[in-house]
Design a protein around this ligand. Structure first.
Ligand code: 13P
Length: 281
């Protein structure tokens, strides 16, 4: 059931569990996420990142996302992840996304506030919730080489509280040591839990952790215990899809592309099941 992000995150924050926000890039991945959410009777933020606009158009993502959300009983928000500019975000809202992120975290504080506020004003007038980011979670969902070259900037409590007050954002992505994409040597990152506790104690809106892939189950569980409400995951779905598809080709000597796609879907579903179970229990 298409549900507001605010409702989903408020309920989760109050009851101390985490919400998974998986990025879909086609019909199959969207369907896999929603099917498992329904099976586990768990809310998710079905997300589409602007960076994936070369894979499916915004119109297609909106149609697929709404159809999927409306076809189940589990609470599903349709969320635009990492919106980069006002025009694209406005189009997403007009097409039916009921939740958006503006990521202007690469800008100076004042400019980040200005760009975020512009989106908040437009979105709130249409009953749409807004996530913003302060501090900067490095890496990119696109290229592994770039991932290693873009640095993190930790979120400070002073900036986070002032930012929420000045923008009216409904949730806040914070930087405490995760990065988008894979980590060097496949090692789990060291997170700044002290900073997370301080942020959770002072920031009035739900906190979001980007870069969930490879962060490690213990880290993620502790993040949720200590104040994170929403966890974004993308890369692990694509690696699981590829691994399952490759295994099926190898072991079953597949000749059918359809079967390869089914194997990829099984991989995607196993990852979303894992993260929903991890964060909600
Ligand atoms: P990962 O690709 O590291 O899971 O990050 C996803 C993300 O944060 C999308 O916003």
């Amino acid at each position: 059931m298409l549900t507001r992000t605010k409702e989903i995150l408020t309920e989760a924050k109050k009851n101390h569990y985490g919400i998974v926000a998986p990025d879909f890039w086609d019909l199959n991945s969207a369907r896999d996420y929603v099917r498992i959410a329904e099976e586990l009777n768990a809310p998710i933020l079905l997300s589409f990142a602007q960076a994936h606009k070369h894979l499916i158009s915004l119109e297609e993502a909106a149609a697929v996302g709404r159809l999927m959300a409306e076809s189940v009983k589990a609470p599903i928000a349709l969320h635009l992840d990492h919106g980069e500019d006002f025009d694209y975000i406005r189009r997403a809202i007009d097409l039916g996304f009921n939740s958006v992120m503006i990521d202007a975290s690469m800008h100076e504080f004042k400019e980040n506030v200005r760009l975020t506020k512009e989106v908040v004003d437009y979105a709130h007038a249409k009953g749409v919730d807004v996530e913003a980011e302060i501090g900067h979670v490095g890496g990119t969902t696109e290229s592994p080489t770039e991932m290693e070259s873009v640095a993190n900037v930790y979120t400070t409590v002073e900036e986070a509280t002032a930012f929420v007050e000045q923008t009216g954002a409904d949730s806040l992505a914070v930087s405490i040591g995760t990065s988008h994409g894979v980590y060097k040597n496949n090692k789990n990152p060291e997170l700044n839990f002290q900073r997370l506790q301080e942020l959770a104690a002072n920031v009035p809106v739900p906190l979001v952790l980007h870069g969930g892939s490879g962060t490690g189950d213990d880290n993620l569980k502790r993040c949720v215990r200590e104040g994170i409400t929403k966890v974004n995951v993308f890369t692990e779905f694509t690696t699981a899809a590829l691994a399952h598809a490759a295994k099926a080709v190898r072991e079953e000597q597949l000749k059918s592309y359809m079967r390869v796609q089914q194997a990829a879907d099984e991989g995607i579903r196993s990852v979303i099941s894992h993260y929903i179970n991890l964060l909600t229990k």
